[in-house]
Design a protein around this ligand. Structure first.
Ligand SMILES: C[S@@+](CC[C@H](N)C(=O)[O-])C[C@H]1O[C@@H](n2cnc3c(N)ncnc32)[C@H](O)[C@@H]1O
Length: 301
């Protein structure tokens, strides 16, 4: 099997046609993909911006970079990959000596590679070590948070980052459990959660552990802070008329995108309502169902 087929199988890019229509890549343009992942969006931008368009891609997960590099080998002369948090877009682009760009894309969240084969404890469906770092150079893991945060801090993480209504009983059960034994695996955490929440409060459509896992992941990777930062710092690099596209996957993220776009006087909002995947896309890629695309354009000076 070729590298390309292998990668395509692992992660299907979300809202690809819609995003590309907004970015509208042309030859000679310089585009930033803040979340390279497995390189699906970058590949299409490179394809559409031939023969001279460039992509500068940020990605902090080294295993994703390795896979994307293999996939994008045919475009290697027009692609620069920066292993860095996209929140550091200013430093990254300054190092790359880039002052102006023709488009910026962020497709936040996890790639299927991280969720399905990463063995980092993102999924409660398998028994794995509770790591949850997308970037293995970071110091803080999910285990560390579970071991060191106070009961109130844990409840706040679950409530604010997971919108988990049972945040308090779950935090209390964690503190009680860890007094006796360290919480190291996804299986341990799932069983603490399911026992802490009375059956009648278990959600109907999702697993009882879904929101706590989301909350921990957001906390470990400081996801909301990173998103807010690039939404502020990315704008100054956009040329007049250049577009900033953000694909997000839950309401916490989408709220930040909406507010930052709306409150920035340098931007004109192009999507009055978020763009959602078509029923056809959802049918072939179930994970796309919660995706929302919002786009803003840099105003003329
Ligand atoms: C949903 S995937 C992107 C998929 C990609 N658009 C594609 O079509 O293959 C999100 C990627 O962004 C990366 N990521 C998330 N937050 C990041 C951050 N703050 N800095 C750099 N990369 C980040 C993740 O490691 C992950 O690989």
């Amino acid at each position: 099997m070729s590298a390309r087929l292998d990668v395509d199988h692992i992660h299907t890019s979300v809202l690809l046609a819609e995003t590309l229509d907004f970015i509208n890549p042309t030859s000679g343009g310089v585009y930033v993909d803040g979340t390279l992942g497995l390189g699906g969006h970058s590949e299409s931008i490179l394809d559409r911006s031939g023969p001279d368009g460039k992509v500068i891609a940020f990605e902090w997960d080294e295993s994703a970079i390795e896979k994307a590099r293999a996939r994008l080998l045919p475009y290697k002369n027009r692609l620069q990959i920066i292993r860095r948090n996209f929140a550091e877009i200013s430093e990254g682009l300054e190092d790359a000596k880039v002052t102006e760009i023709d488009g910026l894309l962020i497709d936040v969240g996890l790639s299927s590679l991280q969720l399905d084969v990463g063995e980092r404890g993102f999924s409660f469906q398998r028994d794995e070590i509770l790591d949850m770092r997308m970037d293995n150079r970071q110091a803080i893991t999910a285990q560390f948070i579970l071991a060191t945060c106070s009961q109130t801090e844990l409840a706040d993480i679950f409530f604010y980052y997971g919108e988990e209504r049972q945040a308090r009983p779950i935090a209390s059960a964690i503190v009680e459990y860890r007094a006796d034994k360290a919480i190291e695996t996804t299986k341990q955490l799932v069983s603490i959660i399911t026992r802490a929440v009375p059956k009648r409060y278990h959600p109907k459509k999702i697993h009882a552990a879904t929101k706590v896992f989301q909350a921990l992941r957001i906390a470990v990777n400081t996801e909301l802070e990173n998103l807010a930062k690039i939404l502020e710092d990315g704008v100054r690099f956009l040329k007049p008329g250049a577009r900033f596209c953000v694909i997000s996957f839950h309401s916490l993220e989408d709220r930040i995108v909406k507010a930052k776009f709306k409150n920035n006087e340098e931007l004109e909002l192009l999507t009055a309502k978020a763009v959602m995947p078509s029923p056809e896309e959802i049918a072939v890629n179930k994970r796309s169902r919660s995706a929302r695309l919002r786009v803003a354009q840099k105003k003329d000076k």
